[in-house]
Design a binder for this molecule. Sequence first.
Ligand code: GAL
Length: 413
Amino acid sequence: MRKFLMTTALALTMSAGLATAAENVEVLHWWTSGGEAAALDVLKKDLESKGISWTDMPVAGGGGTEAMTVLRARVTAGNAPTAVQMLGFDILDWAKEGALGNLDDVASKEGWDKVIPAALQKFSKYDGHWIAAPVNVHSTNWLWINKAALDKAGGKEPQNWDELVAMLDNFKAQGITPIAAGGQPWQDATLFDAVVLSLGDDFYKKAFIDLDPEALGSDKMKEAFNRMTKLRSYVDDNFSGRDWNLASAMVIEGKAGVQFMGDWAKGEFVKAKKVPGQDFVCMRFPGTQGAVTFNSDQFAMFKIADDKVPAQLAMASAIENPTFQSAFNVVKGSAPARTDVPDTAFDACGKKAIADLADADKNGRLFGSMAHGHANPAAVKNAIYDVVTREFNGELSADDAVKELVSAVAAAK
Ligand code: GAL
């Protein structure tokens, strides 16, 4: 009897110990803008409702460059967070280093294989094992236009390059900044994603996915850089270094006509209580209709102390819950990471994002975003960033940019 009591007491203490440790997740992320924070809050509250508390580790900086630097330092110090917001090839790099945990049990119990698209699984799995939980799918080839400004310009959505230029000229004549831009390398690269895609699916694929030197050094690439130079002539004097969400605010407030940005920008419009079709217009970059350059935010799950693993698995499970997927992505501006989430709760732009994604996937027109780490590992991505930014800022001619692109990519491969 005494032995039984002692064993029971020990078991109770152990499970209590587990319960306490299981209650917390520490999450590293770069979701610090108004719209991003609102979306993150949906996740935080969902976990809190399940008895899991949240230790926040925000690292500001769109696109996550700074977050990845901080992460490296944390892991090197032997102090990895529970979960880390991460993009594409970065996840695979950490998996290669053996730093990530294993979500196979949750994934197989919940049937993730069947509902998460293969394009995402490519980055959520390593060596056949689940290592990350995808929370959304964003895409980068979008325009966010101020509706009143578009109406003044005749109301027609530009369907090709010439019509786009005509719209920008009209915005200029209206006395507003035609393009709301934030001069940061990842933002320049986001625009470049769309410009390159608008010159053809095949060109995008050859240049950014295959890293084909011929495509990288082609006349078409020169044309892409020339278009960047043209677009640069429509930004304001203070664009350099501006955060992307402040650029969104310029469109929201009618100070600028359009922003070229991934659909996280919609999170800012939604946060400002703006309505698609009424206050703003979302459309694909002219010439890219039907094609999608995507990136998916995933929570990479790091190897951590055993007693913290239950909370980590509970977080992964919560992220893939279909109800949560709808609630979160409505606020974030993204499409769900599962194919079985109804689009009912989404606004017109969200419905379009979901439909475009499914169509592009079906038609072989879905491509990983170069700018957001879904086309190449960080070394190549950063090499492309560097050339694109220098050209955009007038430090390189289009001719030289093409040459530099070929050699920079070759050196980084
Ligand atoms: C992207 C990320 C989005 C958004 C954006 C700006 O890389 O996928 O969720 O956060 O950066 O910060």
